[in-house]
Ligand binder design. Structure first.
Ligand code: NDP
Length: 289
């Protein structure tokens, strides 16, 4: 890596806490190298209370762009000069472009999810009945993008009703015609048989745990399952869906697609096809050994 950093190299990075687990440096550096772009992408560990100082530091240093991960996607918004409409609706920024000193915030998570649903599940969400589990940042980004794509009715199930209600109210203020309803886990049995696409946007499964109160056998066999969670081993949700003969994927395709869109925002072109995906697969295989 060192023989490709020069005095002219542009610097990009990711701000998170923790950040050491992030696959983004591997993905983005592989893409810069494959595209022959003189740039480097590095991880920055930033404590939650330090995000403002960190952003101003990056601005002073002339860093060309950066990603945000947990817990900075919302708090960073106070320190940017401009925020895209989709990031505003989602209430979160995951990509910042330094445009001649003006810091512009975008959200590529939602669009990345939709690309991955199309690429990896072969599904067009238009008119589809969606069951969305979760009410956090990932659910927000997903919902903002789905509602902009003429999706069918969306049932949202979240453990914390207050967070779920706030999510629904915020989305309805941007999409007043949206057909979205909030439910508790006790309603899932009635919703699953009328579901075309189940999306898990909770953090359940990261440590190999199952989603409680989800009788997946009730979902139609032709439905599809998207688990935003990803890791070195198959998530329990994906494993169960596949056992039942239901097409299912984890969130690694979304990770790749959001990264490709960030690269596009920074460089003006998409990375060479398949490079980021291959970098992620190599990293995951390494973690398995
Ligand atoms: P948040 O912390 O903002 O939200 C977590 C969500 O999980 C909340 O809705 C929370 O519900 C729910 N939850 C947590 N524990 C439980 C439980 N035991 N039972 C039911 N619900 C639970 O996280 P994010 O929204 O940012 O991320 C969610 C997941 O999505 C993470 O695993 C993250 O890695 C993944 N993700 C993947 C991406 C990708 O590129 N593939 C991109 C972004 C996120 P409650 O409100 O009730 O607390």
């Amino acid at each position: 890596m060192n023989d490709r950093i020069f005095g002219t190299s542009k610097v990009y990075g990711i701000l998170g806490c923790p950040v050491a687990h992030s696959v983004s440096p591997v993905m983005q550096n592989a893409a810069f190298m494959a595209a022959g772009i003189d740039a480097v992408y590095v991880p920055f560990h930033v404590e939650p209370g330090d995000i403002g100082k960190a952003v101003n530091g990056l601005r002073s240093l002339g860093v060309a762009g950066f990603n945000l991960t947990i817990p900075h996607k919302t708090s960073v918004m106070d320190f940017l000069d401009w925020i895209s409409p989709e990031a505003r609706v989602a209430g979160a920024v995951n990509t910042v472009v330094n445009s001649g000193g003006v810091l512009k915030g975008h959200n590529t998570d939602g669009a990345g999810l939709l690309i991955s649903i199309s690429r990896d599940l072969g599904m067009d969400v238009c008119g589809k009945r969606v069951l969305l589990l979760g009410g956090g940042g990932a659910a927000r980004g997903a919902l903002a993008e789905l509602l902009g794509r003429d999706v069918g009715p969306v049932s949202i199930v979240n453990r914390n009703t207050e967070t779920g209600r706030k999510l629904v109210d915020d989305m309805l203020s941007s999409f007043p015609e949206a057909n979205i309803n909030l439910h508790g886990y006790d309603a899932i049995e009635g919703i699953l048989p009328d579901t075309d696409l189940l999306i898990n946007a909770t953090s359940v499964g990261l440590g190999g745990e199952k989603i409680c109160g989800l009788p997946l056998e009730l979902i139609p066999k032709i439905a599809k399952v998207y688990d935003m969670v990803y890791g070195p081993v198959q998530t329990p949700l994906v494993r169960r869906a596949i056992e039942l003969g239901i097409k299912a994927v984890d969130g690694s395709g979304m990770l790749v697609a959001q990264g490709e869109l960030a690269f596009m925002l920074w460089t003006g072109s998409m990375p060479p096809e398949g490079v980021m995906k291959m970098a992620v697969e190599q990293r995951v295989n390494l973690a398995r050994t």
